[in-house]
Design a protein around this ligand. Structure first.
Ligand code: ADP
Ligand code: ZN
Ligand code: ZN
Length: 747
């Protein structure tokens, strides 16, 4: 007899353990396979096999049979099964939640199926078919079928194509099937995303000496048993080309690679790059694929047809075997941290996966995160550097513009005099410009100039945001909408207006000052549709517009040779966010945006408009000076005991009733205090432990409280984090709680 232990597909603490079933002799079962079993009163329950055993301690009468297998192969490979356990233990979730990361959500409850086509194929030799065709003069339809098939290279044709060619052929097919001249086959087809991309393979570039030196370090590590690298390369230093060569090295050695890119918006350009170099050996996984496309790409990978997987965060779980290298591009990006449960950090998972599988980890950025750079200084990561742009192209020349002075000079437009002049020049030269508007942290609320009233959401304690396209107000937390008031609801004044600069405002001013210049706008409103993002970029690349106006989406990774000017409309918008990383974010964003200028043989100019020109983040960004920013920022972090010196853990409680939320938070506090009195050696590391109302007190009619723990980062800290997360897990129906680690948005 054989038995197996499975985890059922229910994410609940109470059933988060192994259940034993008997394997009927007719079934072949391996760990990682998906099965259907009876479970309690539920007749058909999905589950994943974790172990297979010869014997079992339980009495046979209590054990039930596995009903069937859902696929005839393990959908979770042994390496990913192992990773699931790691995730359960380190990201604090149930085993089911960890396992669900490993295969497309659509496969559960069988919401997608493979797409099949019907093919009519000759089943006799060509000569034989020709002989038989010669006898069919009085059966023109049958003759037409054979002639059509004989005319193809592989002597077969999809039935839809055949029908298009010769009309309805079904009745005449029957005799041909009966006498064995043809057969009907069902074949799987793969839905391929990005078919619009020109797939002619492009040659690899010859590396510069700096690129070559970095590559040889990476390749040497790949030939041994891996290593963890941080590649710090300024914008335009040619990191992508290094990735491509390193992946080639992996493929030549029979290995595979994963490339993580920050977010969906970056994918189209990257995908073009990679598909033009690796063709069908590359697969794309990201959230904008249709479920069919995602499922098909996943299966191509699972079957070993794919050598390189490119994708956003969740691509780290791609079912590749024999991994040689995992690359995390723009490693400083926040989007690698999942905000949904399980709240994994793709960078940490990548590191774990590399260690498990003996692969190279390559974190790369022009503006490494404080955490990664600090780790490289400690020697936890090996630092690789590319301090110059490819072919000695200069870094862009950045000018800081003090907007306070513009105002006192009577200039109320969004363009400073110097940016305006540079724009006129750039346009006159027939070059392209990018205008960057930082939406994050920018208030585009509506307020009364008479009494100062701000229009707030009725359900949340936040101001509503003005959306010019629809001319309405929307709450970014709960989605509630309101028309724009004509008069102030408190004092009746008609001087009610919206403040803040958005992309639309910049576009309007462009048209006012430069009526003949064509512009493209890229923001959430203009990129809702699938592929809209890629299409807009392609239009800009083709020169359909001279000026691209956009938000964060245009900040990273884009490479437009004709862009010689970048204008940053308001550089300091996010310096004042209630986030300990706001300086780091500002520096990263400004450096990345500036890096879009002057990437080909034309030199680049950048104008950085700000109300805080002396701030060190802005100063350092204007010089693209990562190291001096790093030094200064680390001093701030040390003084204020912020990460990477500490870890901040926040349990965020919410309930309809304010008192209940508060009590839940206070009970959490008591449990933590009890925990620290048991683990006294840890207590000295705690720098903050208290309950307070959340900065946004109410969202969607629910009141919010928080329990915050700030603790020095040292080996035992993980235990305290686990304790906080355990507390967050045991909540009742009335009070909800999420545990966040180093949350960026302390709203
Ligand atoms: P990064 O990602 O480091 O900002 P990219 O990888 O986008 O830089 O490269 C910047 C530009 O340099 C791109 O246009 C790329 O095609 C070009 N480039 C990279 N490597 C080479 C090389 N070895 N020879 C010539 N051009 C290169
Ligand atoms: Zn008013
Ligand atoms: Zn709201």
């Amino acid at each position: 007899m054989a038995y197996c232990q499975i985890i059922v597909d229910i994410s609940h603490e109470d059933v988060d353990h192994l259940f034993t079933y008997r394997i009927p002799p007719k079934l072949h079962i391996e760990p990682g396979m998906r099965v259907r079993v009876p479970f309690g009163h539920i007749k058909h329950m999905e589950g994943i096999v974790i172990n297979v055993m010869e014997t079992c301690d339980l009495t046979d009468a209590r054990i039930r049979d596995v009903e069937e297998t859902l696929e005839d192969y393990p959908i979770i490979l042994p390496n990913l099964l192992k990773l699931s356990f790691y995730i359960r233990d380190h990201v604090f979730c149930t085993m089911t939640q960890a396992l669900r990361l490993m295969y497309p959500a659509e496969m559960r409850a069988e919401r997608v199926h493979s797409k099949q086509v019907e093919i009519i194929a000759l089943s006799v030799s060509e000569a034989e078919a020709e002989q038989r065709a010669a006898l069919l003069a009085r059966a023109p339809k049958r003759l037409a079928i054979l002639t059509a098939l004989l005319g193809t290279e592989k002597k077969r044709m999809e039935s839809s194509e055949l029908k298009e060619k010769i009309g309805d052929f079904r009745p005449s097919l029957k005799p041909l099937l009966e006498d064995g001249t043809v057969t009907i086959l069902k074949e799987e087809v793969f839905r391929k995303p990005y078919t619009s991309i020109d797939e002619a393979l492009a040659p690899d570039l010859e590396l510069t000496p700096t690129q070559g030196a970095v590559l040889s370090r990476i390749n040497a590590a790949m030939d041994l048993s891996g290593n963890d690298f941080l590649l710090y390369g300024v914008t335009g230093s040619g990191k992508t080309e290094v990735f491509i060569h390193a992946i080639r090295h992996a493929i030549r050695a029979g290995k595979t690679a994963i490339v993580l890119v920050p977010e969906i918006s970056l994918t189209p350009q990257m995908v073009t790059w990679f598909r033009s170099r690796f063709g069908d050996l590359a697969a794309v996984l990201h959230s904008r694929l249709s479920s069919g496309e995602r499922y098909d790409e996943w299966r191509r990978i699972r079957r070993g047809e794919v050598k390189v997987v490119i994708g956003a965060r969740s691509a780290i779980f791609a079912p590749l075997q024999n991994i040689g290298i995992i690359i995390v591009d723009e490693e400083h990006e926040q989007s690698y941290q999942s905000e949904k449960t399980p709240q994994y950090d793709a960078r940490e998972i990548a590191e774990q996966r590399c260690h498990d599988e003996g692969a190279v980890l390559l974190l790369a950025s022009a503006t490494p995160s404080m955490r990664s750079f600090a780790r490289s200084q400690r020697g936890d990561l090996t630092l690789l550097e590319m301090p110059e742009r490819v072919n000695h192209r200069p870094l862009p020349e950045v000018s800081i513009v003090d907007m306070r002075r513009e105002l006192s000079n009577g200039n109320r437009s969004v363009f400073s005099a110097s940016l305006y002049n540079a724009l006129s020049q750039c346009i006159a030269n027939g070059k392209q410009a990018i205008l960057f508007v930082n939406r994050r942290g920018y208030s585009s609320f509506i307020s009364c100039r008479q009494c100062g009233t701000v229009i707030m959401c009725d359900h949340c304690d936040v101001s509503m945001t003005y959306h010019a396209a629809e001319n309405l107000l929307r709450c970014h937390y709960c989605g509630a909408e309101k028309p724009v008031p004509e008069t102030c609801p408190s004092c009746g004044s008609r001087h009610i207006k919206y403040f803040g600069v958005g992309t639309q405002r910049v576009e309007e001013e462009m048209h006012r000052f430069f009526p003949a210049v064509r512009t493209l706008r890229m923001d959430n409103d203009t990129t809702r549709e699938k592929d809209a993002h890629a299409l807009l970029l392609a239009r800009f690349r083709k020169g359909e517009a001279q000026v691209l106006i956009g938000t964060q989406m245009i900040a990273k990774g884009l490479d437009f040779p004709n862009v010689t000017l970048v204008g940053i409309v308001a550089a300091d918008a996010m310096l004042n966010l209630p986030d300990f990383r706001s300086s780091e974010r500002t520096f990263q964003l400004l450096t990345q945006v500036s890096g879009r200028a002057g990437r080909s043989s034309y030199p680049g100019l950048v104008f950085l408009q700000t109300y805080s020109p002396e701030h060190y983040a802005i100063q350092a960004a204007s010089r693209q000076d990562y190291r001096s920013f790093y030094e200064e920022e680390m001093q701030h972090r040390r003084r204020q005991l912020f990460p990477p010196y500490t870890v901040i853990i926040r349990n965020l409680y919410d309930a309809k009733d304010d008192e209940e939320a508060k009590q839940a938070a206070e009970s959490g506090l008591e449990q933590m205090e009890a925990y620290f009195s048991r683990a006294a050696y840890m207590k000295k590391y705690v720098t903050l432990l208290r309950v307070m109302p959340a900065p946004i007190r109410r969202i969607n009619e629910r009141m919010r409280w928080q329990l915050i723990l700030k603790i020095v980062d040292q080996p035992q800290t993980a235990d305290a984090v686990r304790k906080m997360s355990d507390i967050a897990l045991c909540m009742n129906d009335k009070v909800r709680c999420v545990c966040q680690i180093n949350p960026s948005n302390l709203g």
